[in-house]
Design a protein around this ligand. Structure first.
Ligand SMILES: *[C@@H]1O[C@H](CO)[C@@H](O)[C@H](O)[C@H]1NC(C)=O
Ligand SMILES: *[C@@H]1O[C@H](CO)[C@@H](O)[C@H](O)[C@H]1NC(C)=O
Ligand SMILES: *[C@@H]1O[C@H](CO)[C@@H](O)[C@H](O)[C@H]1NC(C)=O
Ligand SMILES: *[C@@H]1O[C@H](CO)[C@@H](O)[C@H](O)[C@H]1NC(C)=O
Ligand SMILES: *[C@@H]1O[C@H](CO)[C@@H](O)[C@H](O)[C@H]1NC(C)=O
Ligand SMILES: *[C@@H]1O[C@H](CO)[C@@H](O)[C@H](O)[C@H]1NC(C)=O
Length: 476
């Protein structure tokens, strides 16, 4: 009995809303890249470490010399290439062997009434740094934590300059130990603080505003999975209208991302993700365009003019002789896109409202055409550009409503088909042949990208370059 109950419970809790519509995998190759960026960042953080003053005294037989080491700052930092690896089920381990820091500062001493001062250089070499980062899902967002961190400093060398610095040099051992511990104690907390800041940023962003109309919900539907050669994220990936957010009348579809280890990043996007975007734009009221006669090229055989439309609708010029016309073309329902093996099917329900223009504020409604258009698209990524071809599959037009009486719709159908096939699609295809830029985060570029259309989802596998690639490690 308990088995049945458990099974039923599992079936109930696994609702459609749980299906991620975006899935992303970072491979070992991608991790290597991210580790370059982290190295640059960490190097920067190390450069910002603030070192407190060191005070103390040394005994020089005839009394004690009080000293203070201050104004210490990192002047150089050499961070060798870290070794990074996925730690299955946990996160990522990062190991740096042989990091070195050069620090300079000032010294002052007091021996009775004798005050002295100068500068010093400090070389800290062979710092070994070892950390394990854990990835989990906390309240539907990715969180990163430092599970383990060790830093140990093998060697240190101090040189004092100026004043009576020769007095100190013999006591270097004493300073060294204190400074070594001080550095050692600061590396992990500094690193941890940086990771905590990244974690805070991650927690604060469960959506991405795409434009003034829609946002993308990027909360996690599941805990991230760390394989021994990759790291997978399951993202809700649903678009919402900013002005009228609501759930679309269709449900997320399940898919499994077939990712490729020889690309840094693989991203899968389901039909639902794309269709939720169409629904969100429809809800925001932006899927409409008003076509006026001015927008139609002079050379066009068709103009928006009641006299000209007389050949299609004989009663029109009689009722409204020689007036300009205007058309409001809008999506009457959500445009639906489906991915079917190599082909993208686009189904676009649209309506066109025709008006006679008395004045620009006084429009006389004439009639409405309801259209169902379907297209096939083939797309691929070439040179960071989205390229493809679009072809019309089917177009049906019916007269939705009319204020001027009935008329034959068949000639309209031929004209719209002609207009689509001889003007609009060729223009769009010329653009698609040139390529459209891919939406990318600022500064990031893609390399070696491939896009494949699968059943119900599409996959982009790619390498990534970022602006950080140009920052070199010896900038300090
Ligand atoms: C995103 O989706 C999650 C899960 O459905 C929800 O808890 C969260 O409030 C949503 N966030 C936004 C900004 O819509
Ligand atoms: C048409 O779209 C524009 C934005 O492109 C929007 O401001 C306007 O309200 C929309 N009109 C209708 C009737 O939906
Ligand atoms: C309508 O078109 C006819 C000829 O096609 C032209 O003579 C007339 O000026 C046009 N009327 C308007 C209002 O554009
Ligand atoms: C998907 O493509 C197959 C052939 O590749 C075809 O038989 C099927 O009808 C298509 N399905 C849809 C929904 O277009
Ligand atoms: C075109 O669509 C109509 C309905 O919108 C359908 O009856 C017809 O079979 C479709 N034709 C083709 C060739 O798919
Ligand atoms: C893109 O990849 C190719 C081959 O993997 C490589 O030779 C080239 O340097 C890469 N380009 C950039 C900008 O990284």
């Amino acid at each position: 009995m308990w088995l049945v109950t458990t099974f039923l419970l599992m079936a109930v809790t696994q609702t459609h809303a749980d299906y991620p519509s975006l899935q992303a995998v970072l491979s070992q190759k991608g991790l290597q890249k991210v580790s370059h960026w982290v190295t640059d960042w960490f190097q920067n953080e190390l450069g910002k470490i603030t070192l407190p003053e060191v005070r103390g005294s040394v005994d020089i037989f005839v009394g004690s010399v009080y000293y203070v080491l201050h104004d210490m700052h990192v002047v150089r930092c050499d961070l060798p290439e870290p070794s990074v690896a996925f730690s299955e089920g946990t996160g990522v381990s990062l190991q740096v062997n042989g990091l070195s820091l050069a620090i300079s500062g000032r010294w002052n001493t007091e021996f009775g009434i004798i005050h002295d001062g100068g500068s010093f250089d400090l070389a800290i070499y062979t710092i070994n740094f070892n950390t394990l980062l854990g990835f989990q899902s906390t309240e539907e967002h990715l969180s990163i934590s430092t599970l383990m961190c060790t830093a140990d400093v093998e060697g240190i060398q101090v040189n004092f300059h100026g004043g009576g610095s020769f007095i100190f040099q013999p006591f270097v051992e004493k300073f060294s130990g204190r400074i070594k511990n001080m550095i050692q104690e600061r590396i992990c907390p500094g690193f941890q603080e940086g990771i905590e800041n990244i974690d805070k940023d991650l927690a604060a962003s469960d959506y991405i505003k795409m434009d003034p109309y829609v946002y993308l919900n990027v909360s996690l539907t599941d805990s991230p999975v760390v394989f021994n050669n990759g790291f997978e994220l399951y993202i809700k990936g649903e678009f919402y209208s900013l002005s009228f957010p609501s759930e679309p009348p269709f449900a997320p579809n399940h898919f499994e991302l077939p990712w490729k280890a020889d690309y840094m990043l693989s991203v899968g996007m389901s039909e639902f993700c794309v269709n939720s975007a169409a629904f969100a734009y429809l809800n925001s009221g932006v899927l409409n365009i008003t076509i006026t006669n001015d927008m139609i090229p002079k050379a066009s055989p068709i103009h928006l003019n009641t006299s000209q439309f007389g050949s299609l609708i004989p009663q029109l010029p009689k009722m409204y002789p020689d007036m300009e016309m205007e058309v409001v073309l809008y999506a009457s329902d959500t445009p639906l896109i489906s991915f079917n093996q190599t082909v993208i099917n686009v189904n676009l329900p649209a309506s066109a409202k025709f008006y006679a223009v008395k004045t620009h504020t006084d429009l006389i409604p004439l009639f409405r055409l309801d259209m169902q258009c379907s297209f096939n698209a083939k797309v691929h990524i070439d040179n960071q550009l989205l390229k493809g071809v679009l072809e019309m599959k089917n177009l049906t037009i019916v007269l939705g409503s009319t204020e001027i009486g009935k008329f034959d719709i068949a000639p309209f159908q031929s004209i719209v088909k002609l207009a689509l096939n001889s003007f609009i699609l060729p223009k769009m295809n010329a653009q698609l042949k040139e390529g459209l830029p891919l939406p990318l985060m600022k500064g990031f570029t893609l390399n070696n990208s491939v896009m494949t259309i699968e059943n119900g989802f599409l996959v982009v596998a790619t390498d990534i370059n970022s602006p950080f690639d140009f920052l070199q490690s010896d900038k300090l």
